[in-house]
Design a protein around this ligand. Structure first.
Ligand SMILES: Cc1ncc(COP(=O)(O)O)c(C=O)c1O
Length: 414
């Protein structure tokens, strides 16, 4: 077994107890299992084995250098969503030819940087962006590889805030316009269309929209070939969901079964951009109880933690559910509580009406499945410092990001 599980009453990470880690590094603290990251990466790689594919880990899910480096060592390539993520990818050891650059609002500086590097492909979001890439490429006397991000108008049936494949979303180029755009772009000296790209959204647990999106891409690629635009790859984005409540959800093999039979028809290599699927269950957030309080006139018992929306904003931003458990189970009576953060915001609630052994001040708790879109979304609101991060690897824990200090923050201020 890899990842987080109980040994007796204690929650451990790959056999390493969490309570001593929190004592050594303080809380809030993110902890990751290297073994679980590797196992989840390999599950995707195995599911697509036998068909030409490359996994471009979506750095947006978690781009802490040690995690990016680990994925690189496993054979992953990278999906970068900003100039910052491109530079992190380079520092983690990815070659430019292993990076796809996505994002709905790439600046001139970011595009110029990606062109200078010669990334594998820039996934373009509009006709205007193609023109900007052409101008920049002409100035540099290079031909830049682009993939057209297609908006297939397919409902991913996920949370509206993380749905991207509907025509009412800001992402991509409407599927009906792609052929005409490619006809205009074909044969231009400064850009080369090498792929089609689709990304429907995140936390997708219904395979049918993913199959439909794959079908749209394959059909479109066939039409483009007839029109005279021959491409090299289909990039099917990320989006595969994970189970946040322990109930079964489709896994990498189900995903491959849903899309590979369709994609095979194209004969084209595929690019995958998984983020959450690899990293979400491989991380958790440790936090301590700082107060337990009742409000007169209310039946709620509030458990105030030393972590909140500054460390993990998913519950507040997407109404996301995360399991929250005491690290050491006690035999205190089971009690229904609201688990809240310390910030001056009523929305700063990590979990409502959770049944836990009645908590005591100082006890350590874990928010599970927070490896993705956790630490990367942390902020300094209320002048709170970014949390430390630890990775457990080969039976030992090492600090991969120290806790931010006020001096770190204030060095930027004049
Ligand atoms: C273009 C693109 N690719 C990949 C991803 C990764 O998605 P996920 O973490 O759901 O796999 C995202 C995130 O939404 C994205 O916008």
């Amino acid at each position: 077994m890899t990842g987080f599980y109980r040994q007796g009453a204690a929650l451990v990470c790959d056999g390493v107890p969490l309570e001593p880690l929190a004592a050594a590094h303080g809380t809030p603290l993110y902890v990751y299992s290297a073994a679980m990251i590797a196992a989840r990466y390999r599950a995707i790689d195995d599911a697509f084995a036998g068909y030409p594919h490359s996994i471009h880990y979506a750095l947006k899910a978690n781009s802490t250098l040690a995690i990016a480096r680990l994925l690189k060592s496993l054979g992953s390539h990278a999906d970068a969503n900003s100039g910052g993520e491109i530079d992190v990818a380079l520092r983690a050891g990815f070659a430019p030819s292993q990076i796809v650059f996505t994002g709905v609002g790439k600046t001139i500086a970011e595009l110029g940087h990606a062109i200078d590097l010669g990334v594998r492909s820039i996934n373009v979001e509009s006709a205007g962006e193609i023109e900007r890439i052409e101008t920049l490429s002409r100035e540099r006397k290079v031909r830049t590889k682009i993939a057209i991000r297609v908006n297939p108008d397919v409902d991913a049936k996920t949370h509206p805030h993380i749905s991207t494949g509907l025509k009412t979303n800001k992402f991509g180029i409407a599927i009906d316009e792609v052929r005409a755009l490619c006809a205009q772009t074909r044969g231009r000296p400064d850009v080369e269309i090498v792929g089609l790209h689709v990304h429907l959204g995140s936390q997708i647990t219904n395979m049918e929209p993913l199959t439909r999106a794959a079908r749209s891409l394959v059909d479109l690629a066939r039409h483009l070939a007839l029109d005279g635009t021959s491409i090299e790859h289909l990039d099917i984005g990320g989006g595969l969901g994970v189970s946040y409540d322990g109930s079964p959800v489709p896994e990498a093999a189900d995903y491959a079964n849903a899309v590979l039979p369709v994609l095979r028809e194209s004969g084209l290599a595929i690019v995958l951009e998984p983020g959450r699927q690899i990293i979400a269950p491989a991380g958790l957030l440790l936090m301590r109880v700082v107060d337990v309080k009742e409000q007169p006139g209310s039946d709620r018992l509030f458990v105030v933690m030393d972590a909140g929306m500054t460390e993990l904003i998913r519950p507040m931003l997407y109404s996301a559910f995360h399991r929250i458990e005491p690290v050491i189970r006690t035999d205190a009576p089971a009690t229904s509580v609201d688990i809240v953060g310390p910030l001056c915001e009523s929305s700063d609630t990590l979990g409502k009406e959770r049944t836990v052994p009645r908590p005591r001040v100082g006890e350590l708790y874990a928010v599970l499945d927070t490896g993705a879109y956790g630490s990367v979304m942390a902020s300094n609101y209320n002048r709170r410092m970014l949390p430390a991060e630890v990775m457990v690897e080969n039976g030992a824990a090492r600090l991969i990001r120290r806790r931010q200090t006020l001096d770190d923050v204030l060095t930027l201020e004049i």
